[in-house]
Design a protein around this ligand. Structure first.
Ligand SMILES: NC(=O)c1ccc[n+]([C@@H]2O[C@H](COP(=O)([O-])OP(=O)(O)OC[C@H]3O[C@@H](n4cnc5c(N)ncnc54)[C@H](O)[C@@H]3O)[C@@H](O)[C@H]2O)c1
Length: 255
């Protein structure tokens, strides 16, 4: 029996990088994973990869910016598996060039970042919580970012969206804890995803790894394993926390 045997997990943004690794690790722990993403073809591929490895998963279209789409995603999970135990809001959108500073950022960019990263978490929670509560509880995991707890001179929308996500997490924890629902956030540091490996110059990767107290960069599995823990009953008394998973990068004061 896996740690998450028979648990049904909604996973937003599961089509790539950290989301893909999370789908694989959740299924390995015994969960049925419902992968919701706007990248539907890639979400299908991840679901197939999970099933090829002997796990249980399905892909369903989900645009977390759209309430009807979120509602349909939740309904799809219920129709297939009959219950919802956990929710991992991993989907996120930002744009290095467009997400600039308070003086320059276009309001459309600001809105899209907050709609995806923060309002999307609210919509998913709103539609999943009644089904979790009806079965006696569940676990919500929001994927935040290390940038949510520091100041940065750029990426104003991303930082605000993730800091707000931390507070939404604390709200959910205090509001729904007595319904048996826990909510926690993970704040990853720099994770060497396929996208990052392709776009971040090697010398910067080397410098970041050397400066990290753990002596290496993070990998998608480093986040995925913590999602599994938060979803599991081993985390039954962990509620309302923002856990930095960054090898100690931030406590060492490395920028
Ligand atoms: N990679 C890192 O170094 C890092 C660092 C800190 C935090 N994070 C956070 O970890 C999470 C995963 O990061 P990643 O690097 O794997 O990101 P990614 O960009 O590779 O994946 C994000 C996924 O979200 C999906 N998505 C975007 N908009 C959506 C929408 N409206 N509805 C549904 N799905 C949507 C994308 O299609 C994609 O599959 C994100 O929340 C990110 O902010 C990542």
């Amino acid at each position: 029996m896996g740690q998450l045997s028979e648990k049904v997990v909604l996973l937003s943004g599961g089509a790539s990088d950290i989301g893909r690794a999370t789908a694989l690790r959740l299924a390995e722990a015994g969960a049925c994973v419902v992968i919701g993403d706007v990248a539907t073809d890639r979400a299908e591929e991840v679901a197939r990869e999970v099933m090829d490895a002997g796990g249980r998963a399905m892909a369903a279209p989900c645009d977390v910016r759209n309430e009807e789409s979120v509602r349909a995603f939740v309904e799809c999970a219920l129709a297939e598996y009959g219950r919802i135990d956990c929710l991992d809001h991993n989907a996120s959108w930002s744009h290095t060039r467009l997400d600039t500073d308070a003086g320059e950022i276009e309001l459309g960019v600001w809105a899209r970042v907050l709609e995806t990263n923060t309002r999307g978490a609210l919509l998913l929670a709103r539609h999943a919580i009644p089904h979790m509560a009806a079965r006696g509880g569940g676990s919500i995991v929001n994927i935040s970012s290390g940038t949510s707890t520091i100041g940065e001179s750029t990426r104003v929308a991303y930082g605000v969206s993730k800091a707000a996500l931390n507070q939404l997490t604390r709200h959910l924890a205090t509001r729904y804890g007595r319904d048996g629902i826990r909510a926690n956030a993970i704040a990853p540091g720099f994770i060497l995803t396929e996208t990052a490996a392709a776009n971040v110059p090697q010398d910067i990767q080397d410098r970041l790894a050397a400066a990290n107290p753990t002596g290496r960069l993070g990998h998608p599995d480093d986040i995925a394993h913590v999602v599994v823990f938060f979803c599991s009953d081993a985390a039954a008394y962990v509620n309302g926390q923002v856990l930095h998973v960054d090898g100690g990068h931030q406590i060492a004061g490395v920028m």
